[in-house]
Design a protein around this ligand. Structure first.
Ligand code: PLP
Length: 407
């Protein structure tokens, strides 16, 4: 029987524990390279100027109220979100009406809804292959709905780039019709993405085994600054006629972290009865959504929808995206060149080869702990740094601290 004493203590979430330790540190030089949230050059959170404008528009709209959203969310938001990830209204999936979209509790909620949907309706063994390493939350989101998880190799410790051969071998070795989780761009935690040529090979390998792609897209536009570049893998798979699902977050690219704006999309393959299939899928998703959250939150989706539906605001958003991605890319260049100037042992080209919020530095756990103790630099034990935590004032300090622990 259930009694309260039987509930064991769970470990603290590693990232939020790290943030707590950072806050408690009183050293004036402390550096936070932990959590994946954008910071400006003064290490402050940045409200996107276009988000401020959208907020103003919403506040002056006398028609707005606090009624429930529809179960599937705000349609003007989800339809534009689908266009964004699929590459516009000319996407074959959109033209042929082979997409259904549900507004979710940001990217996490989208991955969860997808996991729940596949747990219920995906035929066969339902084994989900995750990259090694992956966003830590993937493991528990899929485990929580009792989907068996397995790993495919992803990161090469030698090159600090993609273990492409290992990844392909695992895709070939997985049982037919496995679910393969793919990071659409700006892989978390490594910052390592396949090239488009490699994506084509991955798609061919998946097609040969009839695997099912589950794309997680948390960084569109935030990675390269170009929305169409960051969705290229998803677009390619859709062009190839794959049936697939997509979890989409607007946390990073709109800076709407706490507002929880996201979408889950199902794309069916091209078939004469595709529209009937998609409408049955939509009906099942609505039931899952109803039992989980009833209906999604309004504010973040209203902000994103205001921007996505107005060409002028959309262009401003793209400018804001270039500001964020550009600052991060410039910090990659700065960090690499400082380390190279210092003659820090090892090669540092991976810092600029990697993309997005994170870099997998190759620092060991012992080095990470030493950086924390000696230099008050906070990063996860796996050697991942959030590039957004670096700025023109602390990048040299950080490079010197790394140089010291590496020697
Ligand atoms: N997926 C990946 C790979 C991520 O890195 C993140 C955020 O760090 C998410 C999903 C979801 O984040 P959120 O729920 O804040 O949208």
């Amino acid at each position: 029987s259930f009694t309260a004493e039987l509930v064991p203590q769970a470990p603290e979430d590693a990232l939020f524990g790290l943030a707590r330790a950072y806050r408690a540190d009183e050293d004036p030089n402390k550096v936070d390279l932990g959590i994946g949230a954008y910071r400006d050059d003064s290490a402050k959170p940045w409200v996107l100027p276009v988000v401020k404008k959208a907020d103003e528009i919403l506040r002056n709209d006398p028609e707005l109220n606090h009624e429930y959203a529809p179960i599937a969310g705000i349609a003007s938001f989800t339809s534009k979100a689908a266009e964004l990830i699929l590459g516009g209204p000319d996407s074959p999936a959109i033209k042929e009406k082979r997409v259904t979209s549900m507004q979710t509790i940001s990217g996490t909620g989208a991955v969860h809804l997808g996991a729940l949907f596949l747990a219920k309706f995906f035929p066969g063994t339902k084994k989900v292959y995750l990259s090694n390493p992956t966003w830590a939350n993937h493991n528990q989101i899929f485990s929580n709905v009792s989907l068996p998880i397995a790993q495919y190799p992803y990161f090469s410790k030698e090159t600090k780039g993609l273990d492409f051969e290992g990844m392909k071998a695992a895709i070939h070795g997985a049982p037919d019709r496995s679910i393969i989780l793919l990071h659409a761009c700006a892989h978390n935690p490594t910052g390592v993405d396949p090239t488009l040529e490699q994506w084509k090979e991955i798609a061919a390998a998946m097609r040969a085994k009839d695997h099912f792609p589950f794309f997680d897209c948390a960084y569109q536009g935030f990675a390269s600054g170009d929305l169409m570049k960051d969705n290229a893998a998803v677009r390619y798979f859709v062009e190839q006629g794959f049936e697939l699902v997509i979890a989409q977050s607007f946390a990073k690219n709109f800076g709407l972290y706490g507002e929880r704006a996201g979408c889950f999309h199902v794309v069916t393959g091209p078939a004469p009865d595709a529209q009937a299939t998609i409408s049955r899928i939509a009906s099942q998703l609505a039931i899952l959504q109803r039992s989980e959250i009833s209906n999604p939150p309004l504010y973040g989706a209203r902000i994103a929808s205001t921007v996505l539906n107005d060409p002028k605001l959309f262009a401003e958003w793209e400018e804001n995206l270039r500001t964020m991605s550009g600052r991060i890319i410039s910090m990659r260049t700065a960090l690499r060149s400082k380390l190279e100037e210092l003659g820090t042992p090892g090669s540092w080209n991976h810092i600029t080869d990697q993309i997005g919020m994170f870099s997998f530095t190759g620092l060991t756990e012992a080095q990470v702990m030493k950086l924390r103790e000696d230099a008050h630099v906070y990063m996860t034990k796996n050697g991942r740094i959030s590039m957004a935590g670096l700025n023109t004032r602390n990048v040299e300090y950080f490079a010197k601290a790394v140089d010291k622990v590496v020697r």
